[in-house]
Design a protein around this ligand. Structure first.
Ligand SMILES: Cc1cc2nc3c(=O)[nH]c(=O)nc-3n(C[C@H](O)[C@H](O)[C@H](O)COP(=O)(O)OP(=O)(O)OC[C@H]3O[C@@H](n4cnc5c(N)ncnc54)[C@H](O)[C@@H]3O)c2cc1C
Length: 178
């Protein structure tokens, strides 16, 4: 089940790194297309549907989407994360530099004071972290909203597995998500 686009977060990055078998300068789109083709060739059926409700407690698990309800003895949850919104009391008022950014100016919304940060050859990458999409899975053990799994990637309920960024783990990368 996928509610938006195959590939998730990594499908939208301009250049994928830190994964084996990547093409040179491979984009997230190209990487996702190759993963999708491999999944389809392995017989996986992809449904573009949003999971809206789950009942995971019994032997038969029920997964309801915006289009249908499915039943299975086992399910794998790979709902990933959603970008956290940046809640700042400051705003970026200037980016300076010739060939690359080497200075940025930030203004405090309350005091209007401007702080200048200088660093030759630096870049700007705004990322305020991410939150796990685990609201549907309240019956599973969680830590800070991330699903707890064992060595077999099984959650606290037998037959319910989780993979990828939605799990409690140290490194959130494609290599640890597949
Ligand atoms: C800016 C940026 C750059 C990165 N670059 C790299 C890189 O170069 N190399 C690398 O290895 N890693 C990179 N990562 C990390 C990588 O993107 C993640 O580790 C990886 O995408 C995790 O995959 P995932 O499937 O667990 O989760 P996600 O990518 O978050 O995918 C989850 C999917 O589940 C779907 N979904 C969620 N809820 C529902 C629902 N209720 N119903 C149906 N579908 C649902 C979402 O639409 C989404 O497609 C980067 C991350 C960021 C933020």
């Amino acid at each position: 089940m996928e509610k938006k686009a195959i590939g998730g977060v990594v499908g939208r990055v301009s250049s994928v790194t830190h994964y084996s078998g990547l093409l040179e300068q491979e984009t997230g789109e190209s990487f996702s297309n190759r993963l999708k083709a491999q999944a389809l060739s392995a017989g996986v059926t992809i449904h573009m549907e949003e999971v809206i409700q789950v009942d995971l407690d019994g032997l038969i698990k029920k997964v309801s989407t915006d289009q249908a309800t499915y039943e299975a003895k086992a399910v794998i949850i790979a709902g990933g994360t959603t970008k956290r919104k940046l809640m700042l009391h400051s705003r970026l008022v200037a980016l300076e530099g010739k060939d690359c950014v080497n200075k940025l100016k930030i203004q405090d919304e309350h005091t209007k004071e401007i702080t200048t940060i200088s660093s030759d050859g630096c870049g700007v990458f705004i990322y305020a972290g991410a939150l796990p999409d685990s609201k549907l899975y309240h019956s599973l053990a969680q830590e800070d909203g991330y699903l707890v799994t064992n060595q077999k990637m099984e959650t606290s309920i037998a037959g319910v597995y989780a993979a990828g960024d939605i799990c409690v783990k140290q490194v959130r990368q494609a290599a640890t998500a597949v």
